[in-house]
Design a protein around this ligand. Sequence first.
Ligand SMILES: [Fe+2]
Ligand SMILES: [Fe+2]
Length: 358
Amino acid sequence: MIKSLEAPQTDLLKSGIKAPVQETLLTPRFYTTDFDAVAKMDFSAHEAELRAVVEELRADYNRHHFVRDEEFKQSWDHIQGEKRRAFIDFLERSCTSEFSGFLLFKELSRRLKESNPLLSDAFNFLARDEARHAGFLNKSMADFNLSLDLSYLTKSRTYTFFPPEWIIYTVYLSEKIGYWRYILVFRHMQAHPEYQVYPLFRKFESWCQDENRHGDFFKALLRSQPRLWNNWRSRLWVRFFLLTVFATHTMTVFERADFYEAIGIHPRKYNNQVIAETNKTAARAFPLILNTDHPEFFWRLEQCSDNNLKLIALKNSDRPKFVKFLQKIPLVMGIIWQMLKIYLMKPIDAESIRETVR
Ligand SMILES: [Fe+2]
Ligand SMILES: [Fe+2]
């Protein structure tokens, strides 16, 4: 009964409020952008498509979805030890990244109110969805006697500045990868209900449709700006963002292999499938996609992940600081080298195959 006290230590800000995990390159970021530049962008080339997506968002299909039904009303103290720690970590990461979306979208909605009411509405709907997602995850954390202080997070986190073009590329990708991450877990749980240890996963099917609609909205924004896809510079950027999102995903999945194994998911298979599907989906928006069928593609991503795991072990070791620093260099260089090798792999032209991609 008091076994919960033996759970691995979780840092607390105050009773029940979890201290946010230390920010690293891999933790979800908070973003800010040049809001005036967004206000000046002309999206009229794809206005019909934008209006259609905004109407979908306005319909608010999931307004009654995020309800904590009977299933949640029980004790979860039987989830213990490493599994509990990994699960809390998963909830926190997901909650932070949903909340990061909320903050950015809310600010965009506010700043576009005068100049572009249609987009302002759209970002407001997006913020509505992300607030629901983050809130639901935070309530799930409360089931494990913890929660995140989101207003503290708003003030204490560092905000990364991205120009509007980068925001459009990265948010598009993170919405689509979010879709695939959620739907693949949902399908796995349907096929293997014995791993349904907590009812959150049941919510993922409709939830991921929100992410899909958000991605479609960003796709319409992206395609309305020809300079984001019709020139060599955009092609280089797209390769870069696809690669960094996939490398980050691989590193975080392998870092949390215990969590995936605990819910019966094979980390490698899951990672490869999420990346391959997201890459395929990105062909609808991006001028090119990466060649995930290249025999070295996933191997090189996993080399990055291996180095990342060694970096974590090094950080947690009790070696002297300067030794840590020296040993860190070849590992970081190794990650950069593998990413460079993937970057230089011949990509697949998406403009020419678009007709065949559904
Ligand atoms: Fe979301
Ligand atoms: Fe989203």
